[in-house]
Design a protein around this ligand. Structure first.
Ligand code: IPM
Ligand code: MN
Length: 376
């Protein structure tokens, strides 16, 4: 029998309970589809860190490298400063495994209401391809403390090649800076992934940037996009500024098919995307390295105040599980899970609070797992 080793990192807050439902559904589909999932649990997250001081060790990363994929819940905990777990666990995994594509389907499923008046499932079906290893996420930056005006100026001059002295800089005795970096290779590989997807779907590809202000990074991004586009003459392309695309996602989502975006803009527009597809409880994502170990997760956070209450919507996580199945080569099982999610949503009987219902997290998982079995 085909068998896959899947690493499970439930994380914090609602992570454990939503991942339970994901595993339940994937187990339900694996049996009739004739494969086996071997779940290997990892305790990483806030509790583990507070108890042991470990965020994510080299030894753990090496172990994870032997898995077919990683199934990830969510991280974030009010006891820790923002960024500790995010950088130490989630971003560490994305970077270590070089998961350079963050694929986020923004698709309104049948039976779900979008807040956009007059729009339906036919209008909202976008694949956002977010760059996932560069840009402002690389963590380069720093702070310069009070009383070191000269230092700050020198730093800024060299970093930003400041040619004139802005008041804010000359007067500053305390400042922080952060640098975004995009590389030719980094842009090219994520763009090629997006072009392949657009070609496969016979759809247009929109490239997102802010080349009118962040001219260094995104001027470069545009240049590379234009070059890569030459290899895909059958794909229609366009450029959108990031501020404009947030407006158009709301006004005319039907315009968009495949969208490729730098890391930070991709982060921002996919939260907006989640809302137009019915809410954060419905938005999955895949951190993909086409040649390596990929990781699948809901795009939402750990919602600490709902932890353990059995009220959160597990569908984003279950859907992320479906993306995982497609990634390990079980495409038919993946389709079955998505079909079951859609069927349960369309029927409308079992829904969590965020979708206007009163069903519990576990009931949603049960209903989808049952629907998967009934497909046979
Ligand atoms: C996401 C999240 C993460 C990100 C955080 C938790 C680091 O917002 O996956 O979209 O910014 O990428
Ligand atoms: Mn985000």
């Amino acid at each position: 029998m085909r068998s896959y080793k899947i690493a499970v990192m439930r994380g914090d807050g609602i992570g454990p309970e939503i991942v339970d439902e994901g595993i339940k559904v994937l187990e339900a589909v694996s049996e009739p589809e004739g494969f086996e999932l071997d779940w290997i649990e990892y305790p990483h997250g806030a509790d583990h860190f507070l108890a042991t001081g470990e965020l994510l060790s080299e030894a753990t990363l090496k172990e994870l490298a032997g898995c077919a994929a990683i199934y990830f819940g969510c991280i974030g905990d009010p006891r820790l400063a923002p960024g500790v777990l995010e950088q130490g666990i989630l971003l560490a995994l994305r970077f270590y495994f070089d998961q350079y594509v963050n694929l986020r389907p923004v698709k309104l499923l049948e039976g779900v209401r979008t807040p956009l008046a007059g729009k339906g499932p036919a209008d909202i079906d976008i694949s956002v391809v977010r760059e996932n290893t560069e840009d402002f996420y690389i963590g380069i930056g720093g702070r310069v403390g009070a009383g070191s005006t000269k230092n700050t100026l020198e730093i800024l001059r060299s970093l930003y090649q400041v040619k004139f002295e802005l008041d804010i800089v000359t007067d500053a005795d305390e400042l922080a800076y952060q640098i975004g970096v995009v590389s030719r290779k980094g842009c090219e590989r994520v763009m090629r992934f997006a072009f392949e997807l657009a070609r496969e779907r016979e759809k247009k590809l929109t490239s997102v940037d802010k080349a009118n202000v962040l001219t260094h990074c995104y001027g470069f991004w545009r240049e590379i996009f234009t070059e890569v586009a030459k290899d895909y003459p059958e794909v229609e392309t366009e450029f959108n500024f990031v501020d404009a695309i947030t407006m158009w996602f709301v006004k005319n989502p039907e315009w968009y098919d495949v969208v490729v975006a730098p890391n930070m803009f991709g982060d921002i527009i996919t939260d907006l995307g989640a809302m137009i597809q019915g809410g954060l409880g419905l938005a999955p994502g895949g951190n993909i390295n086409p040649e390596g170990v990929s990781m699948f997760e809901p795009i939402h956070g750990s919602a600490p105040k709902y932890k353990g209450k059995n009220v959160s919507n597990p569908i984003a996580t279950i859907w992320a599980g479906a993306l995982l199945l497609a990634n390990i080569g079980e495409k038919r099982a993946s389709d079955r899970v998505i079909e079951a999610i859609e069927s349960v949503l369309k029927e409308g009987k079992v829904r969590t609070y965020d979708l206007g219902g009163s069903s519990k997290t576990r009931e949603v998982g049960d209903a989808i797992a049952q629907r998967v079995r009934a497909q046979e």
